[in-house]
Design a protein around this ligand. Structure first.
Ligand code: UD1
Length: 417
């Protein structure tokens, strides 16, 4: 079992090149299954979830290899339309292979992803949408068996809530379905735009990605292309939080400030200066941090649920009381106990965290509870006095590419053991 040992209290200074986005790489790896020929995904992060997606592609009869910072996928002749149960459990977002398998093979079977560390994670919207597109779905012993007897056809689909995964699954099923699909109340996350850009590069006809209404005109076939994965917004937010919490100054290269406005707003209100460059962002910590107005997590362009845990850390060090209300997931404060153990003053009231500061954080032995909660503990450890031993870091490895190397390059004292 690996762990991080961190000696905190060092100001982080220097430049970090932000990795490619996990939440973009995963659906695009799944989309590569739809294409004949080779797809080259540049800026593909090295993450355990990416390795799991590659193993799923391999189990479906595709070739997927990681070369330098690219992933190269050849899906000329898939041989299976079933995701093995072990792989399904390894990566909960493997549900996005459903739309891709249906689009390419017209059939699929895969395990139910079930609940996870953020609370129940239903897929009712995915299933209802696919049914409208001609898919028959039955559940046997926890396995979803899907067929499309008359082939997939386009449909008008209104999502009761703008689910990212459901929007992606519908796009994957729609790009080669017969006729037009119109999704209303679609998720508007930048990662949806990235997926659509890749698919359009392969010959798909998708219009309106990034807006609430997306139109897809089905095409007979797709051919792989070269695509550069967008920068990771949440990793950017994590390094911003680390700079703010350690009073440091970081230039984040290869990132896109425009997709982070709701997060940058909060850092600026806290008292950090954020300088937006063409494809970079520089954050100047070091000023006394202030509490901020209430934050509510919301679908894009609102404040991202994935960033709430890491933003909590500088708020612990800020003067006054801040409130973060979590509206997207029901159980997303599991990192709070560890932060309290490290000296934070946080109280959970219903779906909100009330954070009072400033406190002095101190090192402790803590275990990552989930991906972003683990990132929050890592951020707290960087700011804390003394030594933190952070265990269960497999959660962090799902979304952060070599975080200890990145952090060491800007002055952190962190080792992986
Ligand atoms: C994606 C991201 C995740 C992020 C989340 C919200 C990936 C791989 N993961 O997850 O990091 O936290 O978006 O920005 O991209 N819901 C239903 N029924 C459904 C589908 C969703 O009730 O059929 C609910 C969920 O329980 C949740 C909310 O909708 O409360 C948002 O979920 P969704 O946008 O689907 O998140 P994911 O795609 O799972």
């Amino acid at each position: 079992m690996q762990r991080f040992v961190i000696h905190g209290g060092k100001r982080l200074e220097g430049e970090i090149t932000v990795q490619g986005a996990k939440n973009s790489a995963l659906p695009i790896l799944s989309a590569a299954l739809l294409c004949k020929g080779e797809s080259v995904l540049e800026n593909c992060p090295r993450l355990s979830d990416v390795y799991a997606a590659c193993r799923i592609l391999g189990s479906l009869g595709c070739r997927c290899r990681l070369e330098g910072t690219s992933a190269v996928i050849c899906a000329d002749a898939p041989t299976a339309a079933a995701v093995p149960e072990g792989l399904m459990q390894e990566m909960r977002s493997s549900i996005i292979f459903m739309g891709a398998m249906l689009g390419r093979m017209g059939t699929c079977s895969l395990g139910y992803p079930g609940g996870c560390e953020l609370g129940p994670r239903p897929i009712d919207l995915h299933l209802a949408a696919l049914r409208r597109m001609g898919v028959r779905i039955r559940e046997e012993d926890g396995i979803l068996r899907c067929t499309a007897p008359g082939g997939l056809h386009g449909a008008r689909i209104h999502l009761a809530l703008p689910s990212v995964g459901a929007t992606e699954n519908i796009l994957l099923a729609a790009v080669m379905a017969k006729g037009e699909t119109v999704i209303t109340n679609a998720a508007r996350e930048p990662e949806i735009m990235d997926l659509a850009a890749y698919l359009n590069g392969c010959g798909a006809r998708i219009e309106g990605a990034g807006c609430s209404t997306i139109r897809v005109e089905g095409v007979p076939s797709l051919t792989g292309c070269t695509h550069r994965i967008m920068p990771d917004r949440i990793v950017t937010a994590t390094w911003l939080a680390a700079a703010a919490a350690t009073g440091g100054r970081l230039r984040l290269a290869g990132t896109d400030a425009a997709s982070l406005e709701s997060v940058l707003d909060v850092f600026e209100e806290m008292g950090c200066r954020c300088k937006r460059g063409q494809d970079s962002l520089t954050v100047y910590g070091g000023c006394p941090l202030r509490a901020v107005r209430d934050i509510r997590t919301m679908p894009y362009p609102g404040f991202p649920t994935d960033a709430q845990a890491v933003v909590t850390v500088p708020l612990c060090l800020a003067d006054g009381a801040s409130v973060i209300e979590e509206t997207v997931f029901s159980d997303r404060f599991r990192h709070v106990d560890a932060l309290v153990k490290m000296g934070a003053d946080i109280r959970i009231v219903g779906r909100a965290a009330v954070i009072r500061g400033p406190v002095t954080l101190h090192g402790a032995q803590v275990a990552a509870t989930d991906l972003r909660g683990g990132a929050a503990m890592l951020t707290a450890a960087l700011a804390a006095q003394g030594e933190t031993v952070l265990t269960d870091i497999r959660h962090i490895d799902r979304g952060y590419d070599s975080p200890e190397q990145v952090l060491r390059s800007v002055g952190a004292d962190i080792v992986r053991i």
